[in-house]
Ligand binder design. Structure first.
Ligand code: SF4
Length: 279
C-alpha cells in the first residue's frame, strides 16, 4: 500500500487543513458529516445540518464501506491453513486467543501426526495437550478438539456437519467458529464472523453500538447483504491486522478514513464521534 506522508497530530474535532491522503490516491468522496480537504472551511454548517441527519447504517454508507473494502481486499480468505473442513475446524478452535500465525506453526505437524478425525477421536485430551500447548488455553482447546472429533465420528459419520444447528452441537464450537467453517469451507453464508477485529472495527465504523458479539452479529446481518457475510468478515479481519489495529490504527493510510468517525482515530479529516469507540 502506498504511503508517503507523516501524519500530523490528529484533529479531535475534525478540523484539519491540507488534508492530503497517502493511501487513497484519488480519494473517494466523504459521506455524512465529512468535511472537504484543502484549505476550505468545514463543508458543513453545524447550525443547519443536525446530527440526526447522519445515519451510520444508512444503505448508501454501508455500500460505500463494502465497496472500499472490496477494492482494498478483493480476494482475501481465512488466514488459517487447512485442507479440509476438519482441519479448518481444529485450526479455528486453536485460534481462540491466539494469533493465526502461531496456529499455522502448530497445525502442519499436528495433522501429520494425526491425519484423520478418527485419529483425534482416539486420543485423550492429555495426549493432545503437548501438541497444542503453544497456542494457549491448551487444556480447554484439547478437550474441545477431542470432544468434537468424538461427536463427529459418532453422530455425523466422520464428516464435519454443514448445517448450523448440527455444527453448534460440537463441543467447543460457538457461532464464530461455526461461521468460519460454514462460510469458508462450505461457502454457506449463515452468519458474520465476529472476532476481536470485527468487533472493534464494526464499532469504530458505527455499524453497531453493541458490545456483545451475538448482538453485533445480528446488527451486521441486518445491514450487510447475505452473499457478502463471509467475505466481509475476512475483509474486516484483514483490515484489523493491516491498518485498523487496536492501538494506534493507521488512519493516515486507510482508504476508509473520510467515512470513519471513530473516536480513537490517529488522524482525521472528518468529525470524530465520541460514541464510535472500539470497546
Ligand atoms: S480510519 Fe482509522 S479507525 Fe477508521 S477504519 Fe481506518 S484505520 Fe480504522
Amino acid at each position: 500500500m502506498p504511503r508517503g506522508i507523516t501524519p500530523r497530530r490528529p484533529a479531535r474535532t475534525g478540523r484539519h487543513e491540507g488534508t492530503g491522503h497517502a493511501a487513497a490516491g484519488k480519494r473517494p468522496a466523504a459521506l455524512g458529516t465529512s468535511r472537504t480537504g484543502g484549505d476550505a472551511r468545514p463543508s458543513i454548517d453545524r447550525g443547519t445540518r443536525s446530527k440526526k441527519a447522519y445515519a451510520p447504517t444508512a444503505p448508501a454508507r454501508v455500500k460505500e464501506i463494502l465497496q472500499r473494502l472490496d477494492a482494498l481486499y478483493p480476494d482475501v480468505t481465512c488466514a488459517l491453513h487447512h485442507n479440509s473442513a476438519w482441519e479448518l475446524l481444529v485450526a479455528t478452535i486453536l485460534s481462540a486467543q491466539s494469533a493465526d500465525v502461531r496456529v499455522n506453526m502448530v497445525t502442519p505437524e499436528l495433522f501429520r501426526k494425526y491425519p484423520t478425525v478418527q485419529d483425534f477421536a482416539g486420543l485423550t485430551p492429555e495426549q493432545l495437550q503437548p501438541d497444542v500447548r503453544s497456542t494457549g488455553f491448551f487444556r480447554n482447546k484439547s478437550k474441545s478438539v477431542i470432544g468434537a472429533a468424538k461427536k463427529i465420528v459418532t453422530d455425523f459419520g466422520g464428516q464435519v456437519p454443514d448445517q448450523m444447528e448440527q455444527i453448534l452441537t460440537l463441543p467447543g464450537v460457538a457461532r464464530k467458529t461455526a461461521n468460519v467453517v460454514l462460510g469458508t469451507w462450505f461457502h454457506k453464508n449463515e452468519g458474520v464472523v465476529v472476532d476481536t477485529h470485527v468487533h472493534r472495527i464494526s464499532r469504530r465504523l458505527e455499524l453497531t453500538r453493541n458490545d456483545d458479539p451475538k448482538k453485533i452479529e445480528q446488527d451486521l446481518m441486518k445491514i450487510i447483504p447475505r452473499e457478502k457475510w463471509t467475505l466481509f468478515s475476512h475483509q474486516v479481519i484483514w483490515h484489523g491486522r493491516k491498518l485498523c489495529i487496536a492501538r494506534r490504527p493507521k488512519c493516515a493510510d486507510c482508504p476508509l478514513e473520510n467515512i470513519c468517525h471513530a473516536a480513537d482515530k490517529t488522524w482525521s479529516t472528518v468529525e470524530m464521534h465520541k460514541n464510535a469507540l472500539s470497546s
